[in-house]
Design a protein around this ligand. Structure first.
Ligand SMILES: O=C(O)/C=C/C(=O)CC(=O)CC(=O)O
Ligand SMILES: [Ca+2]
Ligand SMILES: [Mg+2]
Length: 426
């Protein structure tokens, strides 16, 4: 069980200029990532602090954990106590002035470096825990049968594609594929006309489990290294045509964008709120999915937001326009439940595997996590400050996801950027 400790102290200050009061990366956060100086430079581990990062490969002699190489998989695999020891050391190094002369040469402006995927992602699985999303989108794909009867018993997911996951900033090329326009007798192939985003949290798997050995739900939290933002780009026209009976395939595997900084489970310890009660009459989950301590630990106290910036808005100097905002507590299943479920048949999870929670929508109109929901399948376009309308994404549109964890008596911490612009189909 991860505890609140001195590294979360709201009175803790950093000697790094601009870190105190930073909206994402004050000293209470300390997220890890992989960067290089220049796009082709050597990839190295770092910790973000304010607008800067500290090159951890350059100060490895000072750290209790060997941190080298171009991925964080080995760090994720460590027992939680070792990761905690590293967090404590970094908190001390970045708060105590006496370390400034030794460390300052290894700070870099984050705006001047290239960020990479933080881990070699062996496998990526996307869940469907946003019950309001499941209701909204289910109504469009299956008007008579929006929420299927299994939803409240089994955390639904699909196996995604790890090879096409990209860090924030890498543009998305509009996918081509098969769709069957409602009035047509036969499908056509071409660029997606209903390109959408999905607002999700990503969960980084830490320690793995052996093939054949399930993860008991009481131990699931020990297998989570951290979190990121995840945009599960979705071609709704391909999806509607291809998804039955095996689920999403080419509609969702052409690219997935994640934020490059790993906000650790340790950093998020204080940011828990009461787990929303299951609606009256909902079935109690089966024992392998139910843990009183997991329920008592609460839901993630994270506020999520999506913004859109079109090419015309960029030209006009307009700021991004908020499409939605809502809390991560709108998850029907906890993160521990999806981890335990994934391994319940003996499937082995490995350090650096990535799970998506599924689209997190609020029950209100201003909190929907995809355009498909906001525009009711494209029938109610959004009007933007530039005067433009959007039903689905156009070329040149940029989607920006952001998130902030907040709790009374604690310094808020954020996730950094998860953005990508849509380029024309090739
Ligand atoms: O209800 C459906 O058929 C559609 C589901 C999705 O869009 C799949 C998905 O990516 C799950 C999610 O993000 O919640
Ligand atoms: Ca999804
Ligand atoms: Mg995807």
């Amino acid at each position: 069980m991860i505890m609140i400790d001195a590294t979360h102290d709201p009175a803790l200050k950093s000697w790094v200029p601009g870190a105190d009061g930073h909206p994402d990366f004050p000293i209470q956060n300390l997220p890890y990532g992989i960067f290089s100086l220049g796009a082709d430079g050597e990839k190295r581990p770092a910790v973000a602090i304010g607008d800067k990062l500290l090159d951890l490969s350059a100060i490895s002699g000072l750290l209790p954990v060997e941190l080298r190489g171009s991925t964080l998989n080995a760090l994720f695999a460590l027992p939680a106590e070792r990761r905690l020891a590293l967090r404590h050391k970094l908190s001390e190094l970045l708060s105590n002035d006496s370390h400034r002369p030794a460390l300052e040469p290894h700070l870099h402006e984050r705006s001047a470096v290239t960020m990479h995927l933080p881990a070699a992602i062996g496998d990526y699985t996307d869940f469907y825990v946003g019950i309001h999303h499941a209701n909204n989108i289910g109504r469009q794909f299956r008007p008579d049968n929006p929420l299927l009867p299994n939803y409240k018993y089994v955390p639904i997911g699909y196996h995604g594609r790890a090879s096409s996951i990209r860090p924030s900033g890498v543009p998305l090329v509009r996918p081509k594929g098969q769709r069957k326009p409602p009035e047509a007798d036969a499908p056509v192939v071409g660029p997606s006309a209903r390109l959408d985003y999905e607002l999700e949290l990503g969960v980084w798997i830490g320690r793995g489990n052996e093939l054949g050995e399930p993860i008991p739900i009481a131990e699931a939290a020990d297998h989570i290294a951290g979190f990121c933002l995840l945009n599960d780009w979705s071609a709704r026209d391909f999806q509607a045509w291809e998804y039955q009976p095996l689920g999403p395939f080419l509609a969702k595997n052409f690219q997935t964008t994640i934020s490059p900084w790993v906000v650790t489970a340790e950093a998020l310890a204080p940011f828990r709120i009461a787990q929303p009660a299951r609606p009256e009459g909902d079935p109690k989950p089966l024992p392998y999915l139910w843990d009183e301590d997991d329920q008592a630990a609460g839901a993630l106290g994270i506020e999520l937001e999506v913004q859109l910036l079109t090419a015309k808005m960029r030209e006009q100097g307009l700021p991004p326009h908020r499409l939605s905002k809502g809390p991560a507590s709108n998850m029907y299943w906890t993160v521990a439940q999806i981890v335990a479920h994934h391994a319940s048949n003996g499937c082995n999870l490995q350090p650096g595997d990535l799970l998506g929670t599924g689209t997190i929508s609020a029950p209100t109109d201003d909190g929907c996590g995809s355009l498909m929901e906001i525009t009711r399948g494209g029938t109610r376009p959004v009007t933007l400050p530039s005067g433009e309308e959007r039903s689905f994404l156009q070329d040149g549109d940029e989607i920006l996801l952001s998130a902030t964890a907040r709790a009374d008596g604690h310094v808020p911490i954020g996730f950094g950027e998860c953005r990508a612009v849509v380029l024309p189909a090739r």
